[in-house]
Design a protein around this ligand. Structure first.
Ligand code: GLY
Ligand code: MN
Ligand code: MN
Length: 468
């Protein structure tokens, strides 16, 4: 008997005893987005769709880590936004106008993976058809394999909106309802009307919707940001010079998990010394030394919504004079960027405001000789939308009330840069999450300290991980 079959038998025997310890629904999260929220978003998409059109939206692919181990599943944000289903191998169809199929009149159909006691004994309970109807409030729900039999001529529509396909979806030969088969089926059935298919329009419509956050979304996003700020503060109180990047990462991520966040919203960037100058450094393996700076760019994800917050900390607990000089330019640039987060402004305005401060500051310190040389040391954008994705969907036009963007200027001076070596290996980024309102910007991560004085004061406190 192979190890897997043996384990299957053990698990199947095991689940017959599970009823002894049935949990209540209230033992699980009760603050998920509501079925009404998702229904409202489906209607909002319908309202944006062209006449006589259909949208076909697929769940995310499962991703393999190695051999028979997958990464933890993460739903496609558009799919999640439209229906709330968090499992793989599913497809959602939204019609602009009601269709009558097999004498059922409907404007939406959801295909989900079926209940399967053996599979569920390995990877957890599935919602199934009944669960999806009940929990997601969608009336017409079927098994994913039924998608192949759908009596619908896609040629009758003038436009077929659909998700973007990645080219790395694996075929499970034993599962006719896997994502591979669902996409194959869709492509075969739309082969003759390919010219009507449009992933770009789907993404455009979804970006416009997702850019403006509803009240329910803001509750979750604010929770993610609050958890993140508290965890960054705990790290500040605990960090000392005798540590490593991964220990600092552990200290901040502990706070995320302990306070209810399911995941990190993106791999935490915890880079000290030379690594503070690497924008998306995620190796996090270096020993840290005085007087290095540590860039900590880490955000908790809560029910799908992610924070994105960066603070830069001096290992010794005190910024050196030169570190502080650069830090204060970045802080001033960030404050100028935040001030430009006004409804009606161009999306690039916060960046332009930050750039002006950084140019001037680096010229004054003689780090650069010409203003435009600033690009050597600040070579990324200042803002992106934030929501279900860390780099969230949005229109990148004028700033609109109800959208959330980051403001995250930085200065990174790697070793060997054409300036006084005293500046080398100084990498600083400060990032906050800002809600655009009808009036002044609302800094959602504003409770987390960020001046050099405030950070030094907090680092002198006794944190939960600090060696006494
Ligand atoms: N955490 C990635 C970013 O700030 O864009
Ligand atoms: Mn960011
Ligand atoms: Mn970030």
């Amino acid at each position: 008997m192979s190890k897997n079959i043996f384990l299957s038998v053990v698990f199947v025997l095991g689940i017959s005893f599970l009823h002894l310890a049935q949990s209540k629904p209230s033992d699980y999260d009760t603050d998920m987005l509501s079925a009404a929220f998702h229904a409202e978003k489906r209607q909002a998409l319908r309202d944006k769709m062209d006449p006589n059109s259909v949208a076909v939206v697929f769940a995310n692919a499962e991703r393999n880590r190695s051999n028979d181990v997958d990464y933890q599943y993460s739903q496609d944000p558009n799919f999640y936004y439209l229906c709330g289903y968090t499992e793989p191998n599913a497809v959602l169809i939204i019609f602009k106008d009601k269709q009558t199929i097999d004498s059922i009149s409907t404007s939406e159909i959801l295909y989900v993976q079926p209940r399967d006691p053996l599979a569920e004994s390995w990877t957890g309970r599935r919602l199934g058809i009944d669960g999806a109807k009940k929990q997601l409030g969608i009336v017409n729900v079927y098994n994913n394999t039924d998608f192949h039999e759908l009596k619908l001529d896609f040629g009758q529509f003038d436009k077929i909106y659909h998700s973007t396909f990645n080219n790395d979806v694996r075929d499970d030969a034993n599962d006719a309802g896997d994502l591979f088969s669902l996409i194959k089926s869709f492509n075969e059935r739309t082969e003759k009307v390919k010219n009507k298919k449009n992933a770009f329009s789907f993404n455009t419509a979804m970006s416009a919707l997702r850019e403006i956050k509803s009240t329910e979304e803001m509750t979750l996003l604010k929770k993610a940001i609050d958890i993140t700020c508290d965890a960054h503060a705990d790290l500040m109180r605990s960090l000392d010079s005798n540590t490593t990047e991964y220990q600092a990462q552990a200290m901040v991520e502990f706070g995320f998990k302990f306070n209810g966040s399911e995941y990190v919203g993106y791999p935490s960037i915890v880079g000290g010394g030379e690594n503070s100058c690497v924008l998306h450094y995620i190796t996090n393996r270096k020993k840290l030394h005085n007087p290095e700076l540590l860039v900590v760019d880490a955000g908790a994800e809560y029910h799908g919504y992610t924070a994105d917050v960066t603070r830069t900390l001096p290992l010794s607990g005190k910024f050196t004079k030169d570190q502080k000089a650069i830090y204060d330019i970045v802080l001033k640039a960030q404050n100028a960027g935040i001030k430009a987060c006004k409804k009606g402004n161009n999306f690039r305005d916060p960046h332009s405001a930050a750039v002006e401060v950084i140019k001037k500051g680096l010229m004054e310190l003689e780090v650069i000789k010409e203003p435009n040389e600033f690009m050597k040391y600040f070579f990324h954008g200042t803002s992106h939308y934030l929501g279900l994705d860390v780099h969230d969907a949005g229109t990148y036009g004028r700033l609109k009330a109800g959208s959330v963007i980051t403001v995250e200027p930085g200065i990174y001076i790697p070793e060997g840069s054409p300036c006084d070596p005293k500046w080398w290996n100084i990498g600083i980024r400060i990032e906050d999450d800002v809600l655009i309102t009808e009036g002044d910007p609302d800094v959602l991560s504003g409770k987390l300290v960020k001046t050099t004085e405030e950070i030094e004061k907090m680092m002198a406190e006794q944190g939960i991980f600090k060696k006494k």
